[in-house]
Write a protein that binds this ligand. Structure first.
Ligand SMILES: [Zn+2]
Ligand SMILES: [Zn+2]
Length: 243
């Protein structure tokens, strides 16, 4: 079976050449980026805040927290992201969000699975879209990423555990305080689903960590509904100075 699937993979590669996700150049290997684009993507590597994953500019002891987390610890235990959201990396996310660019999901899933710390058999839960937005966009990019990560790691994909109750305006136009208000009470877990997450570890997945407000509210909702702990994983992360 393994042999057959790798043969099949080779056949697909012959028919549809691999392309760089940033510039579209045909590439030979499965890393997803050409040699020119690879160094331009700001992949996040240690050292970073043990809790929220904010990258540090200098070496610091293991499990150190950034200023923001040491003042006010988030509800999620850890948050990790593949790369910083910058001028160079933003099109990787924007294309995936708004255009017909879903073929990047397996690659992004692989990158995300690769950077995870040791988490014991979590349920992979995507940050949900409100159904009216889902209807317009026809897919939830966070769900595509969560499904890929679950498949790669052999974990359970749980797309309907968390629900978005309130239709919230697009986050892009709001200030930080407005965003916190915006996602307040926006999520819920149906009573019938609470039994499924009782005492479980959750891996919450989204495409971008912007202010952390959405992930914080989702984590609060999941913990309140009975989850043991929540970890967050995103593809991109907006990195603001640590104040
Ligand atoms: Zn390229
Ligand atoms: Zn932090």
């Amino acid at each position: 079976m393994q042999k057959n699937s790798s043969l099949f993979r080779k056949l697909i590669d012959l028919l549809i050449p691999l392309r760089c996700v940033k510039c579209g150049l045909v590439i030979e290997k499965e890393e997803g980026l050409c040699v020119t684009c690879w160094p331009r993507i700001p992949f996040i590597v240690k050292p970073y805040c043990f809790c929220c994953g904010r990258p540090f500019d200098f070496e610091i002891e293991e499990e150190a927290l950034c200023g923001v987390c040491s003042r006010d610890l988030p509800s999620y235990a850890t948050a990790r992201s593949v790369f910083s959201y910058t001028e160079e990396s933003r099109d990787l996310i924007l294309k995936f969000k708004h255009a017909d660019y879903l073929s990047a999901a397996p690659l992004y899933g692989k990158w995300m699975a690769h950077i995870l710390d040791d988490i014991k058999d979590p349920l992979c839960v995507p940050v949900p879209l409100h159904w009216t937005r889902l209807f317009r966009r026809t897919y939830n990019q966070a769900a595509l990423l969560a499904r890929e990560v679950a498949q790669i790691k052999g974990w359970t994909y749980a797309p309907s555990l968390l629900k978005r109750k309130k239709r919230t305006p697009s986050q892009g136009y709001l200030s930080k305080t407005e965003r916190y208000k915006n996602v307040n009470r926006a999520f819920s877990v149906d009573d019938s689903k609470k039994i499924l997450l009782k005492g479980k570890t959750i891996l919450l997945i989204d495409d971008v960590f912007t202010t952390g407000a959405t992930l914080e509210r989702c984590a609060q909702t999941l913990l309140k509904a009975g989850a043991k702990e929540v970890h967050a994983l995103t593809l991109g992360r907006v990195v603001k100075p640590d104040l």
